[in-house]
Design a protein around this ligand. Structure first.
Ligand code: FAD
Length: 470
């Protein structure tokens, strides 16, 4: 084949990129393309942090492609229209891309499939975003899994694709027009936070740093937000600056030369990668989770329409130190530790009774790693409405969570400087008076709100004719 287009979307790397690899193998010349979206100022599912990371990744991708002899082509607009224009301009014979799994990508690809026939070109799509295809891991009766543990067991038993060889060379036709690499100004946005370094090289450095040490303490410390024991790779898996195959293969290599305790830690890390795939297959099979509870019987659950409470949560001013620390970490860095994501999400849904969709959207607008499958999964898990969710009566108590996971108050004090001089023990129980000047009293009584939540769940289940006793 003479010419093909590789359309980059959430696969912003040159190594182990399935569609790019095949495009380079099949075509003499490849046009590596990224299409920038044209919304301005506000988007319900993204925000400055994620877009800033994207811009940095595109900059790094352009340099990496240049080293292979190619050139990243940037266009801006509606994807189908831009693709049609470019296909005609360069007389491409094929369009290569890696498949998306969310309902928006699925709809777009099905439109493109039809258009490609009209344009008379080949449309080749590849599995790349997950190790296992969302429809490759099914129950014995061919149904999608709704519960994690049997899914993970089945996931392990399906053969996995290997990491691909490096691409040697990529030739892009010289005369193809490109727009400049985007900056935040393209969407009328301003930088908001101090985010991690974008790009494939930075992602590999993060992976190496994690594999060189912290991974062996993962089992023991992964729930401690002050411990820096997690990989911090979520934005790289979100934007494809690393492939999930590369991360998995690197972890499995370590397994082979580790002792039993180390293997347990590495195994736990791999388990988290499988959670990511679990939520992706949930979204693939049940795209309606973006609009409604995964659990059918909770439709009558009461939520509070409380904008003032939501605002205090979004500002990190609830008077619950661990919750406020989490939100302030998010606002400052575009990231929040997993344990604290759970605590803050449960607090919003079960202490403030605000609908999970409000928190889900706020997270997506702030997180650099904002991933609609994992984010929806995490929110519905915390709210008690999701796939394999926390039982509704198991409600995390922010005070005891602090005692378990931030016993010295290091994480809290790092993000809530007003509390720097407070004794750690005072961060683990409801205070009788202000903990510090300028720091609010707890906005609710956790025990009372807990009872209210349990009552609301029981009522919803009764209404659904599905009442269960505790
Ligand atoms: C309410 C809520 C919202 C979340 N939103 C997102 C999101 O938008 N994007 C996102 O990538 N993750 C999300 N998560 C999952 C998890 O919090 C992050 O993946 C993790 O904190 C990222 O840090 P890490 O890379 O250091 O993780 P590690 O602990 O090092 O885990 C390794 C990788 O496994 C995956 N992973 C880990 N935990 C989970 C999980 N519970 N569910 C799915 N995948 C997981 C991630 O890709 C992560 O990079 C959410 C969790 C909750 C409770």
């Amino acid at each position: 084949m003479k010419r093909a287009i590789h359309w980059f979307r959430r696969d912003l790397r040159i190594s182990d990129n399935t569609a790019l690899y095949h495009a380079c193998k099949d075509a003499e010349e490849v046009v590596p393309l990224f299409i920038v979206s044209t919304w301005k100022g506000h988007h319900p599912w993204t925000g400055p942090n994620r877009q800033q990371f994207l811009c940095g990744c595109l900059d790094s991708l352009a340099k990496n492609l240049a080293q292979l002899g190619g050139r990243l082509i940037i266009r801006a607009g509606e994807p189908c229209a831009e693709l049609e224009r470019l296909i005609k301009e360069v007389s491409a014979e094929a369009l290569y891309t890696n498949r998306g799994i969310d309902p928006f990508d699925v709809a777009l690809e099905s439109r493109l499939e039809k258009s490609a026939r009209d344009w008379g070109i080949e449309f080749r799509r590849f599995l790349d975003v997950t190790v296992q295809a969302p429809d490759a891991v099914l129950t014995q009766s061919g149904q999608p899994f709704r519960v994690f543990t049997p899914y993970a067991r089945a996931w392990q038993s399906v053969p996995r694709p290997a990491v691909l060889p490096k691409i040697g060379r990529l030739r892009t036709p010289a005369d193809v027009r490109t727009e400049p690499l985007p900056t935040l100004a393209h969407w009328n946005l301003q930088p908001e936070a101090s985010i991690v370094e974008p790009g494939e090289k930075a992602a590999r450095t993060r992976l190496k740093r994690f594999l060189d040490g912290p991974i062996f303490g993962y089992a023991e410390k992964r729930n401690l937000p002050a411990a820096a024991a997690n990989s911090r790779l979520s934005q790289d898996l979100r934007w494809g600056t690393l492939s999930p195959r590369q991360v998995l293969a690197a972890a499995e290599n370590l397994m082979r030369c580790s002792d039993a305790a180390q293997r347990r830690s590495v195994g736990m890390f791999i388990n988290e990668l499988v959670w990511r795939e679990f939520y992706m297959q949930i979204l693939w099979h049940y795209p309606e989770v973006l609009h409604r509870d995964f659990v059918d019987s909770l439709g009558a659950l009461d939520w509070n329409d409380d904008e003032a409470a939501l605002r205090r949560w979004c500002e990190g001013a609830t008077g619950f130190p661990i919750v406020d620390a989490g939100i302030r970490e998010l606002l400052a860095t575009g990231f929040m530790h997993n344990r604290v994501r759970m605590i803050t999400a449960m607090f919003l849904t079960k202490d403030l009774h605000v609908h999970w969709k409000r928190g889900e959207q706020f997270f997506c607008q702030k997180l650099v790693d904002g991933e609609i499958a994992s984010n929806n999964g995490g929110w519905q898990w915390s709210a008690g409405t999701g796939a394999d969710a926390a039982p509704y009566f198991r409600i995390q108590n922010p005070w005891t969570q602090t005692k378990r996971y931030d016993p010295d108050g290091i994480y809290i004090k790092g993000w809530v400087p007003e509390l720097r001089d407070v004794k750690p023990a005072d961060l683990m129980r409801p205070p009788e008076s202000h903990l510090a000047k300028n720091y609010p009293l707890p906005m609710v009584d956790h025990n009372r709100e807990r009872e209210l939540t349990v009552e609301r769940f029981q009522r919803a289940q009764q209404i659904a004719g599905n009442g269960r006793s505790l």
